[in-house]
Write a protein that binds this ligand. Structure first.
Ligand SMILES: Nc1nc2c(ncn2[C@@H]2O[C@H](COP(=O)(O)OP(=O)(O)OP(=O)(O)O)[C@@H](O)[C@H]2O)c(=O)[nH]1
Length: 349
């Protein structure tokens, strides 16, 4: 595994002549534009997707949502496209369920009223180059053309978890390196100085990556859609160090998901306190719908990224008979400990 500099030391910056061009194939007229949203777990991809879908662009967009876990929580978080959304769960679209991805796109482009644009929210562990290779290597590459790849970065937590999993930085760098646009998200949490540092780190590592800072993925739609509609050659520029395909490790071997289900009610305070204080560093992300004790009959949406968590009334789920939380982390998750930690946050019956 090649190392990636963690400081913006410009002496290691690749020059323009080291940038490799990876051709995505020629533009085929009539092909449906595809926008890929990539970025690590919890960076803000669904937040960006919802902004895109709620935007005033007039496009009839279909959405493909891929969650790594066995339950596609994201599909419940996407607003307003019930009939035009396909949920791809239980595997990562870049390696494990590539055929499902192709099948889903085939159904979309061949349906009675095909979408004008397809947006794919990749799983947080996906390598976008491998996703695009699926289309480029398929029998029917003319179904879709790549409109753009946007990578959402959690600016505050980009360097988290590197002690437990140093390879994560390579994955994040590959996601950034393949993107046409990098959204440096969560600047409200990171602060301007960290944002400037991360931007400089990216510029040091990669040439000509466009970055934009954002809070809650609030970026102008014009810079997200139609990136390749201007007759520009579709090509990707990546630093030499990222040019090689990922080692053929399935994400199942690198990352693990674990699900907690219960009919009992959570104590909301204990749950958030446990995540802040006790959740092991091997857990990158938790999300799910939970039923809590108290006056809130509606299910609550739990989201945690590292030690930060949000617990808010669900905007999309009116009822739930039980709580369901998915955790994603390293392949060394201590699931018994996790079970004990979450169980400890339930109210006594
Ligand atoms: N404070 C703050 N929170 C944010 C921002 N953007 C997103 N969030 C929160 O971060 C959490 C994760 O956001 P998502 O949009 O679900 O992230 P994601 O990349 O889709 O997550 P995965 O699909 O699990 O990889 C949620 O609780 C969001 O409300 C931001 O700019 N600032």
């Amino acid at each position: 595994m090649e190392s990636i500099p963690m400081s913006p030391d410009t002496s290691s910056a690749p020059g323009p002549d080291t940038a490799a061009r990876v051709d995505s194939g020629s533009v085929v007229s009539g092909a449906t534009p595809l926008t890929i949203i990539t970025g690590f777990l919890g960076a803000g991809k669904t937040t960006l997707l919802n902004r895109l879908l709620g935007g005033d662009h007039g496009l009839r967009a279909a959405v493909l949502v891929n969650d790594f876990g066995s339950i596609n929580i994201d599909a419940d978080l996407v607003v307003g496209v019930a009939d035009d959304m396909i949920s791809l769960a239980n595997g990562c679209v870049c390696c494990e369920i590539r055929d499902d991805l192709l099948g889903a796109v085939e159904r979309l482009v061949n349906c009675a009223t095909p979408p004008e644009h397809i947006i794919l929210e990749a799983s947080g562990v996906a390598d976008p180059a491998s996703i695009w290779a699926t289309f480029a290597g398929s029998q029917r590459p003319d179904w879709v053309r790549l409109d753009g790849v946007t990578c959402v970065v959690d600016t505050e937590q980009i360097f988290e978890h590197l002690d437990e999993a140093p390879d994560l930085l390579m994955l994040k760098a590959r996601q950034i390196g393949f993107a046409d646009l990098v959204v440096l998200n969560k600047v409200d949490l990171a602060g301007p100085a960290t944002a400037a540092w991360v931007r400089q780190w990216i510029n040091t590592m990669m040439d000509r990556v466009r970055t934009v800072e954002a809070v809650r993925a609030d970026v102008p739609l014009e810079i997200l859609l139609g990136i390749r509609c201007e007759g520009r050659e579709p090509s990707f520029e990546q630093p030499h160090s990222l040019e090689q395909p990922q080692p053929q490790l399935s994400h199942r071997e690198q990352f693990q998901t674990w699900t907690f289900r219960t009919d009992r009610l959570f104590d909301p305070r204990s749950l958030q306190e446990m995540i802040r204080r006790d959740l092991p560093g091997e857990v990158y992300r938790c999300k799910g719908f939970v039923r809590v004790a108290g006056d809130t009959p509606q299910p609550m949406l739990l989201q945690s990224v590292g030690r930060r968590s949000e617990l808010v009334p669900s905007a999309t789920k009116a009822t739930a008979t039980h709580s369901e939380i998915v955790a994603i982390g390293t392949s060394a998750l201590d699931t018994q400990r996790l079970h004990r930690l979450f169980e400890h946050c339930l109210v006594a019956t």
